[in-house]
Structures are given as C-alpha cells and as structure tokens.
Write a protein that binds this ligand. Structure first.
Ligand code: PMP
Length: 429
C-alpha cells in the first residue's frame, strides 16, 4: 500500500521533498505518543513533538476545540475583530517576557522569521543580518538566505547580506577545545572583529539550541555576552524559538532564558507544535519595533479562528498539566539513561540536550569523524523495532534527534531507550 503511494508521490511531488527511510512510512493515525502506519504497525513517536505535535497526538481537548470552531466560523484574521486571536496573543505576549509586547500570527516558522527580518531591517534601515553558522531558519527567499547550515544552503541569491557568527555549535569548530568561559570569550572576539569591518547589521538571529543543526547548544550565557556587544551598536537580537519554545527544554519556557542576564530578546519567533498540528507561527516584539512597519497586514491565514482555537486549547493543556516540568523530569531521566547506554557504544560521540530535546552524535569509533551512515542505519533499525527518530547535524547529518510530544511518560521513555539501545548496538562495526 505504501509502495503504491510512494510511486504516485514520486510522480507528482518535487524530487527535493525528502522522505525518511528506504521504504517510507505512510502514517495514518496517532494517539498520545504513538502513531500507526497504513499496514497497522505501531510506533513510539520520538520526533513528531518537534514537527507538529507538541503535547500529544489526537489530544481530545484540541480536537474538540477545532471541530467546534470549524463548525462555527473560519474567516479572515484581518479586517474584522477576532476573539480567539486576541486571547491567544494576550497569553503569548504575557509568556514571552518581552515588555510592551505585540504579537503577530503567521502560518509557519519560515513566515515568522520572514516577518522578524522585515521588522528588523525596516527598524534599523539595514539589510545586513548576523546569523549563526550551522543555523536553520526556514526556506523562503529571505529565510534561506540567512540559514547557515550547509546542508540547507541557499539555492538562490538572498535579498539580505548575511555574516555568519561562531558559537552555535559547542563541540566542533575552531573553539571546541576551550572551556565554556574561554569559548564565549573567543566567540565574542570573533563577533567584535566581524562588526569592526562592516556597516551596522540590523539584527542577530539565532536559535538558542540549534534544531536542524543537530540539537547543539552553546554554553549558557553566550547570547547574554553577545547582547552586550550588539546593544552598543543598537543591533537587535532575534531569538528563533521555533524548536526551543513552550517548555521543551524543561528548565526554561523559552530557550533564551538559559542566557539569564541577557533579558528577553528584542524579537522572538515561534511556530511548530503550538497548534498541535494546526499551522501557527508568530512573532513577538516590543511595540516600538512591531509598529515600525507601514503595512495593513502580512498574512491572510495567520491567526484564523480555527488555528487560534487549537492554540488556545493546546496552550491551556500544556500549562495546566505542567508539560514543561514533565519535559524536565522525563527528559532528564531519558538523557541519563541514554548516556549510560552510550558509554557501551563506541559509535556514540556525545549525548546532549535539555529536557525533551536530545541529540545523539555518531562518529566513526575512536575518531572525531561524523558518521552519517551510522545515523541512517540507527534510524532504520529503530523503525524496524517501532521507534521513530529524527536526524540532523551539519551538511553530514550524523546526529539522531529525539523530540517526542511533551506528555511522554517515564514508561514510554524507557521503552524508547530500550529500542535505541538495541538499534545502536545493531550498527556497531
Ligand atoms: N526555524 C527553526 C529553528 C526551525 O527548526 C524551522 C523548521 N525546521 C523553521 C524556522 C521553519 O519553520 P517552518 O517549517 O514552520 O516554516
């Protein structure tokens, strides 16, 4: 059945639309942290949490809110007052930590970053942007032009001039051998050097933990240190929280909070699972920045009653069930368990992460050389045993990515760890 669909997929979809697995899966339904394929196989979903499903598959509270709203009204989010949009904006503004915050909803993370770039470039009157090496911010004309990950490098000329900054990846690169404090100092020097040779950029855009880049995090405090340098020149800080937002990292509700003394970013972007599958992205910025645009709106579909109803129900569930705390507790146990497993598997170079955002980096045993083939083999082996994982990293995707729905239970974490252990062992040379 899947193969029949694969033939039709290949005949009509673009070649560059990547599919996981040699024999791609057609997922037909889900519940909680599990999904089923068309052949009736059940999988524990260790990746859907970051793609779409932040809380749980087919969460009854969200299903009810969406079906009731769909039966009542879906209309433009501009031109007429929209109660669910204002209600969700109020909650997001308050949660964001940004003073005098204004919120604009889009339909994707890419569009959210596009809007952030539009705001920053208009506010600062500069089309120069600082971005991190190995970063990912989306695939639109402007977002692709600032993405630093070489696996997703620009396919066309960008309307923006981008300068790439060191610091997003702690374990590889020229400063990898330094202590955390020296690493931060070296990255700050690099940034100052860059700024000394250019006209002032509009903003620095950065993911607090790089998502597509393989769940790599800089030492806490890096962005606080950057911020001091940026503020001297009035350069804005855009925190792309598309993967790190909403409590996924456990210790913090937003990724920027790991940088403590820096205070909130000037602009924050979010997307992915806040609608639990309904497409919601958005931008939060201080009023003075948000209102610098002379524009009626940016998106027809951003903020429709349907997606906002989903977002409100999902956010309410997330907060009432303290899923951030769950990410901290269950994620902490899972990281510990995976580190113990990794100690027995020479192919694992590093288990890293925070909360339910966990990366496993694979390298050729005894070397530092990334091993994308091993990562693919583990992905396949885990799937055979009923576990869906993600992949990521630089241009050679040698990291496994674990980002389940935030309601993951301890028993499910243990189930996934068992499968991972067996899958990792099965690809041992
Ligand atoms: N920013 C980050 C950090 C992302 O991970 C992604 C998606 N992988 C995006 C932006 C783009 O979001 P979307 O796919 O919803 O356009």
């Amino acid at each position: 059945m899947t193969n029949e669909l694969l033939g039709r997929h290949r005949a009509v979809m673009p070649d560059w639309l990547a599919l996981y697995y040699a024999d791609p899966i057609e997922i037909t339904h889900g519940e909680g942290r599990h999904v089923w394929d068309a052949a009736g196989n059940r999988y524990l979903d260790f990746f859907g949490g970051i793609l779409t499903t932040m809380t749980a598959h087919a969460l009854p509270e969200v299903t009810k809110a969406v079906s009731e709203q769909a039966g009542r009204l879906i209309h433009s989010s501009t031109l007429y007052l929209n109660r669910p949009m204002v209600e969700l904006a109020e909650r997001v503004a308050q949660l964001s930590g940004i003073p005098d915050a204004r919120v604009f909803f889009t339909t994707s993370g890419t569009e959210a970053n596009d809007t952030a770039l539009l705001l920053a470039t208009a506010h600062r009157r500069s089309n120069q942007i600082l971005a991190m090496r190995n970063s990912y911010h989306g695939r639109s004309f402007s977002a692709v032009g600032i993405t630093g990950n070489r696996g997703w490098s620009p396919t066309s000329l960008s309307p923006l001039q981008t300068l790439y900054v060191h610091g997003g990846v702690r374990t590889r690169g020229p400063f990898a051998d330094l202590s955390d404090a020296d690493f931060i100092a070296a990255c700050v020097e690099d940034l100052k050097d860059l700024l000394g040779h250019t006209r002032p950029p509009a903003a620095l855009i950065a993911e607090p933990i790089q998502g597509v880049g393989g769940f790599t995090a800089p030492p806490d405090g890096l962005y606080a240190a950057f911020r001091e340098v940026l503020q001297e020149q009035g350069i804005l800080w855009i925190s792309d929280e598309v993967q790190t937002g909403w409590g996924r990292t456990g210790d913090n509700f937003w990724g920027w909070q790991a940088h403590g003394r820096s205070g909130p970013p000037d602009i924050l972007t979010f997307a992915k699972g806040i609608g639990n599958g309904m497409s919601i992205g958005g931008v939060v910025a201080r009023a003075e920045i948000m209102n610098c645009l002379d524009s009626n709106s940016i998106s027809t579909f951003g903020g429709t009653q349907l997606t906002m109803a989903a977002g409100l129900a999902n956010l309410t569930y997330l907060l009432e069930h303290d899923l951030q705390g769950n990410a901290r507790r269950v994620g902490g146990l899972l990281i510990e368990r995976l580190r113990a497993i990794a100690a027995q598997v020479p192919a694992v170079r590093e288990v890293r992460g925070r909360g339910l955002m966990i990366g496993i980096e694979l390298a050729k045993p005894g070397t530092d050389e990334a091993d994308p083939d091993a990562a693919s083999a583990v992905l396949e082996a885990a799937r055979e045993q009923g576990l869906l994982l993600g992949k990521g990293g630089g241009h050679n995707t040698s990291a496994l990515r674990i980002a389940p729905p935030l309601s993951l239970t301890v028993a499910e974490a243990e189930e996934g760890a068992e499968i991972l252990q067996s899958a990792l062992r099965s690809v041992q040379p």
